[in-house]
Design a protein around this ligand. Structure first.
Ligand SMILES: [Zn+2]
Length: 283
């Protein structure tokens, strides 16, 4: 298995961190976990094309996890690749329809591209056949606990605490070739999450809050663990490699990040790193 951290930031504009997106090459497949703003460009910068992704899987439908969804689907369609297989929580089918359905936001563009005579000629000149069908991602809504069986890998999905009741939020454990990778999504801690990460070779966990910062709200604090809580959780669960991600602009300063490194080293005995866009990890 190989993991490429495509986007390690948050919703805020950040010149060096795209929003959430993680590429996992497992077995014969290439999984993209989340597709927030900037992930499309990071995918290209990583040397892949939109057609290389075999499975797009959403942890949840916050914008910073899905803002480049339409761009990926549209570019893949325009390149002539097959329809994308997409998994995620409800209402993923409705979101997809609101982009690409007959009355979707992109329907005006798609009518023009598939009906305008000169656009049809351009499509034919590129080797395409007429009539030109619209993009139609194959959507599977995941109701956790949920299992995907891929070519040489499995993915288990559980629900994690984050933005309920408005959004269902998932965390994933991928097993392939005797290795395990957990992408916890945006996750509060729970016994179920602790079971999911048990003995994982790699845990990718968000760090939207630092432990010593005052939380603006008790519910926010409960669902948004700081770096120390996550490091202790990883230690208890026997995680071998912890990567903290989903960094906010105001935390992304060397003096803060080096303090995080020191404090995590005090309570976590495995490998640790601060996520960076385009970093590659072989667990
Ligand atoms: Zn979120």
């Amino acid at each position: 298995m190989k993991v490429t951290l495509l986007g390690t930031g948050s919703p805020e504009a950040h010149v060096s961190r795209a929003s959430s997106g993680y590429l996992v090459e497992a077995g014969d497949d290439t999984l993209l976990l989340d597709c927030g703003g900037g992930i499309f460009d990071r995918l290209l910068q990583s040397g892949r094309t939109p057609g290389d992704v075999t499975h797009l899987v959403f942890s949840h439908l916050h914008s910073d996890h899905m803002m480049d969804y339409a761009r990926l689907v549209h570019a893949r369609w325009d390149s002539g690749a097959d329809n994308l297989d997409v998994w995620g929580p409800e209402p993923l089918a409705e979101v997809t329809g609101r982009y690409f359905g007959p009355d979707g936001a992109l329907s005006f563009d798609l009518v023009a591209r598939t009906e305008l005579p000169q656009s049809k000629k351009v499509w034919q000149a590129r080797g395409g056949a007429l009539p030109r069908p619209w993009p139609e991602p194959r959507v599977t809504e995941m109701h956790p606990p949920f299992l995907i069986n891929g070519n040489g890998w499995t993915m288990r999905a559980i629900q994690v605490l984050h933005a309920q009741p408005y959004l269902t939020c998932l965390g994933f454990r991928i097993e392939a070739g005797g290795k395990s990778v957990v992408y916890a999504g945006d996750s509060g801690h729970s016994a179920e999450l602790e079971t999911l990460i048990e003995g994982a070779d790699l845990l990718i966990h968000w760090c939207y809050r630092l432990s010593h910062e005052p939380a603006p709200d008790p519910a926010f604090e409960a669902t948004t663990p700081g770096h120390l809580e996550t490091a202790r959780l990883a230690e208890r669960a026997g995680v071998k490699y912890l990567v903290l991600t989903h960094w906010r602009v105001q935390h992304d300063r060397e003096e803060i990040l080096s303090r995080v490194r020191e404090e995590v080293a005090d309570c976590f005995s495995g490998r640790f790193s601060i996520a960076q866009d385009l970093a590659e990890i072989v667990p």
